[in-house]
Design a protein around this ligand. Structure first.
Ligand SMILES: NC(=O)c1ccc[n+]([C@@H]2O[C@H](COP(=O)([O-])OP(=O)(O)OC[C@H]3O[C@@H](n4cnc5c(N)ncnc54)[C@H](O)[C@@H]3O)[C@@H](O)[C@H]2O)c1
Ligand SMILES: O=c1ccn([C@@H]2O[C@H](COP(=O)(O)OP(=O)(O)O[C@H]3O[C@H](CO)[C@H](O)[C@H](O)[C@H]3O)[C@@H](O)[C@H]2O)c(=O)[nH]1
Length: 334
C-alpha cells in the first residue's frame, strides 16, 4: 500500500513523509520544489519532481506506483500574495487540486486527505470555532481552499471516493528528532519570524496590532505542533482504510496564545532579548482564532503529544539554529 504525498518536500509535507516512513508505510512524494527541498525527505521516500497539475504525469504515477491514497499538501500558502495575485492561488490551489482529484477518480484511488485551513472561517463570530461555523474566507487563499473542499464534497457524493479535509490552525514547531523543520526563506509566520530575529537573521521584528479586545491587546491564535498535525493525518488515513466516511475536521488544540505571549516565550526559550517594534494591525488579521477540536479527537482518536507552547517554540528554535549552522557551513565551503 503506497501513499502519494503531494507537496511532500515542503514544511508540513516533509514531516508527513517522516511520520509515515517511521510508521513503516511506503511513500512516494510528488513536488515541483518551488518552495520545498529534496533534502528534507527521508531516504526511504521516493521523490518525483513534477507538478500536481500535470495530469499525464499524475495518471502514470497513480497507476505505476499502485497508489492507494493521496495526501495533498501541494499549494501556494502566502495569504497577502493571494490578495495581490489571486489567479495564482485559484490556479495552483483550486485548478491543480481539481486536476489531481480527477486523476484519482479516473485511476480508482478512493482515499484522499486534503490540507485545508482555518482561513476558511475568516473572522469567526465566536471561538472556539466548530466545523459548522459560517465559511467566509477573507482572502483568495482561504477561498481557493474552500473551493477545493466543495469540489471534494461533490465528487465524493458522485463517485467511489472518500476524503478528509483537515482545517489547520497555526502550524508551528519542527520534528523533535531534528530531521526536518520550516525551511522556507522569507516566511511570515510569527514563531519562525521571532526565532529568526532571536538568531540575528533579522535586525528586529514587528508586532502587528496591540489594540485588539484580547487578554493583552494582541491577536490570539491556536498554535499546533507540526508533529501532532501530521499524526492527525496518519490517523485520518487509517480511518479511511477502515471505511470511514468523508469528513471535515479542525486541527488545533482549542487553546489560544497572544502574539505578545509567543514573543515572550521565544525570548525565554532562546535566552536572547531582541527588538520588537509595535506596528499597526496587519490587513485581514482576525483578533482571535481558536479551534474547537472535539471532532478530530472523537473521530480520529487524536491525542496531541506536544500541546505546550514552550515545547513548540523549543523545537522551532532548535531547527532555526540548525538552518543557521547550515548556512554558515555552506558559506565557508563555497
Ligand atoms: N503552514 C501553515 O500554517 C498552514 C496552515 C493551513 C494550511 N496549510 C496548508 O498546508 C499545505 C502545506 O503548507 P506548508 O506550510 O508545508 O507550505 P510549503 O510551501 O512548505 O509546502 C508546499 C509544498 O508544495 C510544493 N508545491 C507547490 N505547488 C506545487 C505544485 N503545483 N505541484 C507540486 N508541488 C507543489 C512546494 O514545492 C512545497 O514543497 C498547503 O496546502 C497549505 O495551504 C498550511
Ligand atoms: O512578524 C510577525 C508575524 C505575525 N504577527 C502576528 O502574529 C499572528 C499570527 O500570524 P501568522 O502569520 O503566524 O499566522 P496567521 O494567523 O496569519 O495565518 C496562519 O493561519 C491561518 C489559519 O488561521 C492560515 O492557515 C495561514 O495559512 C497561516 O499563515 C497575527 O496576529 C500576526 O499579525 C506579528 O505580529 N508579527
Amino acid at each position: 500500500m503506497t501513499t502519494l504525498i503531494t507537496g511532500g518536500a515542503g514544511y508540513i509535507g516533509s514531516h508527513m513523509a517522516h511520520c509515515l516512513v517511521r510508521a513503516g508505510e511506503k511513500v512516494v512524494v510528488l513536488d515541483n520544489l518551488t518552495t520545498g527541498f529534496g533534502w528534507a525527505l527521508p531516504a526511504e521516500a521516493q521523490l518525483v519532481v513534477g507538478d500536481v497539475a500535470d495530469a499525464g504525469l499524475v495518471g502514470r504515477l497513480l497507476a505505476d506506483q499502485a497508489i492507494e491514497a493521496v495526501i495533498h499538501f501541494a499549494g501556494s500558502v502566502i495569504v497577502p500574495e493571494s490578495v495581490s495575485d489571486p489567479l495564482k492561488y485559484y490556479r495552483n490551489n483550486t485548478s491543480a487540486s481539481r486536476s489531481l482529484i480527477e486523476a484519482c477518480v479516473t485511476a480508482g484511488v478512493d482515499k484522499f486527505i486534503f490540507s485545508s485551513t482555518a482561513a476558511v472561517y475568516g473572522d469567526p463570530l465566536s471561538v472556539p470555532v466548530p466545523e459548522d461555523a459560517p465559511l467566509v474566507p477573507l482572502s483568495p487563499y482561504g477561498m481557493s481552499k474552500l473551493m477545493t473542499e466543495l469540489m471534494l464534497k461533490d465528487v465524493s457524493a458522485a463517485h467511489d471516493f472518500r476524503y478528509t479535509a483537515l482545517r489547520y490552525f497555526n502550524v508551528a514547531g519542527a520534528d523533535p528528532q531534528g530531521a526536518t523543520g520550516q525551511s522556507t526563506p522569507q516566511a511570515t509566520h510569527l514563531i519562525k519570524v521571532a526565532c529568526e530575529t532571536a538568531l540575528g537573521q533579522r535586525p528586529q521584528m514587528s508586532l502587528f496590532g496591540s489594540d485588539y479586545d484580547t487578554v493583552d491587546g494582541t491577536a490570539v491564535r491556536d498554535y499546533i505542533h507540526v508533529s501532532d498535525l501530521v499524526e492527525a493525518h496518519r490517523l485520518a488515513l487509517l480511518r479511511l482504510r477502515d471505511g470511514g466516511a468523508s469528513a471535515v475536521m479542525n486541527c488545533g488544540y482549542g487553546e489560544g496564545y497572544s502574539v505578545r505571549q509567543v514573543i515572550e516565550t521565544v525570548k525565554a526559550v532562546s535566552g536572547i532579548d531582541f527588538k520588537v517594534e509595535e506596528a499597526p494591525r496587519r490587513a485581514g488579521d482576525s483578533p482571535k482564532v481558536v479551534a474547537d477540536s472535539a471532532r478530530a479527537r472523537q473521530e480520529l482518536g487524536w491525542q496531541p503529544k506536544y500541546n505546550d507552547l514552550e515545547l513548540i517554540v523549543r523545537h522551532a528554535f532548535a531547527w532555526e539554529e540548525k538552518l543557521k549552522a547550515r548556512r554558515v557551513n555552506s558559506l565557508q565551503e563555497g
